[in-house]
Design a protein around this ligand. Structure first.
Ligand code: PLP
Length: 384
């Protein structure tokens, strides 16, 4: 199954199982077991305990390895567990990490934990400013560089190829949180990253029914490391959840295209409304990095921000809307809205929010798969 386009691999998940099912089942069985009998196995690969290895999980890990273009993968029980596993693998006490200032609130909270408990030194920077980035890399022994692209919720596009070059120039490993774009749109490892990690809770499973994540390593050596620490810390995903995640995977491409197309129409509609002061969507020409977004991503995710003229109006809209749920997370079939300053980024100070371009009245939209006319009618009635 080498050299296939991503969507072909996604349509044949069972072929990534470590061995063939006796009846050629289209859905590889869920090996819902804690242990395996060593006496019953004589192959090269031996299974002993599901925390370390499980055939059902291995199928998904093989698939993610192939579609991200890496050497190995660990599927984790949540998306943030893949970030934690990255930190556990690369960082030690007094390590230094450089992170794009606009990062997911949960990553920010985890960095605080590593800082307070293990004395990890955390540097934040604007990764679109290469001078600032290089200045920090030159003057500090950075072990790990981490960013998302697009960033969440600021929706900045990071030039992953350039950041990979800069990180490696100063001997730092580079990791990309690919949750928003997903491997159907961009492949960070092909652009030079050492790790690509993502929350499969979002677009990859696509139905908002389960939380999970994964991390893919570029080299065999790094792959061995993530497997070692995943087993040591019990980070791996249970087989039942692997099955739930795999149900949505074959339709990722068509869902991403649909999320993109509907969200562009909604963003353009909002841009014309007098009560909206700014819309930030990387697929709109008004986005300052529109060209880079188009170059780096095949499909642009259906997540964008709209700044309402006041917090009161943003709250009124959310209160009155009948279709948009007030929910965190993104990538589900149902459209969602949230005020980052109050929910997903509540742990950010006012100054930190301003630095990443988030205002009090900023509403983050995650557009689902509903009918466009219904969504627009709902927005119109909600702000009246
Ligand atoms: C960019 C990003 N990374 C990681 C995570 C964490 O994923 P999970 O909620 O599956 O733990 C999230 C969750 O919202 C996210 O937005």
């Amino acid at each position: 199954m080498k050299d296939l386009h991503v969507e072909t691999s996604l349509s044949h998940i069972a072929k990534f199982a470590p061995f063939e099912d006796v009846a050629g089942a289209s859905h590889f069985p869920i090996y819902n077991t804690g242990t395996f009998d060593l006496k019953k196995q004589d192959g090269d690969k031996i299974y002993d305990y599901t925390r370390s290895d499980n055939p059902t999980r291995e199928m998904l890990e093989n698939l993610f390895t192939q579609v991200e273009g890496g050497a190995g993968c660990v599927c984790t029980h949540t998306g943030i567990a893949s970030v934690a596993l990255l930190f556990e693998t690369v960082l030690k006490a007094n390590s230094q990490i450089l992170v794009e200032a606009d990062c997911y609130g949960g990553t920010f909270r985890l960095l605080k934990v590593f800082k307070e408990k293990y004395n990890v030194i955390v540097h934040f920077a604007d990764f679109t400013n290469f001078e600032e980035l290089e200045g920090i890399l030159k003057n500090n022994p950075i072990d790990l560089v981490l960013c998302e692209s697009p960033t969440n919720p600021g929706l900045k596009i990071i030039d992953l190829e350039e950041v990979a070059k800069l990180s490696h120039k100063y001997h730092a490993l580079f990791a990309v949180d690919n949750s928003l774009a997903t491997f159907i749109s961009q492949k960070p490892l092909d652009l030079g990253a050492d790790f690509s990690l993502f929350s499969t809770t979002k677009y990859i499973s696509g139905h908002g029914a389960v939380v999970a994540g994964a991390i893919v390593a570029k080299t065999e050596e790094l792959s061995k490391e993530i497997h070692y620490y995943a087993n040591a810390g019990g980070r791996s995903q249970n087989p039942m959840d692997v099955y739930l995640i795999s149900l949505g995977i074959p339709t990722l491409k068509i869902r991403m295209k649909e999320h993109q197309d509907i969200s562009i129409k909604i963003a353009k509609f909002l841009e014309e409304q007098p009560y909206i002061t700014k819309v930030t969507h990387p697929a709109l020409e008004s986005h300052s990095q529109y060209d880079l977004a188009k170059k780096q991503m095949k499909y642009i995710p259906g997540v964008f921000c709209a700044d309402f003229e006041s917090l009161e109006l943003a709250e009124k809209f959310i209160e009155n809307t009948k279709i948009f749920g007030e929910k965190c997370s993104f990538g589900s079939p149902d459209s969602r809205v949230e005020i980052p300053a109050k929910i997903s980024h509540a742990s950010f100070s006012k100054e930190e929010l301003e630095a990443i371009g988030i205002a009090e009245g900023t509403v983050r939209f995650s557009i689902g798969l509903e009918n466009i006319e219904d969504l627009i009618a709902d927005i119109e009635q909600a702000v009246k």
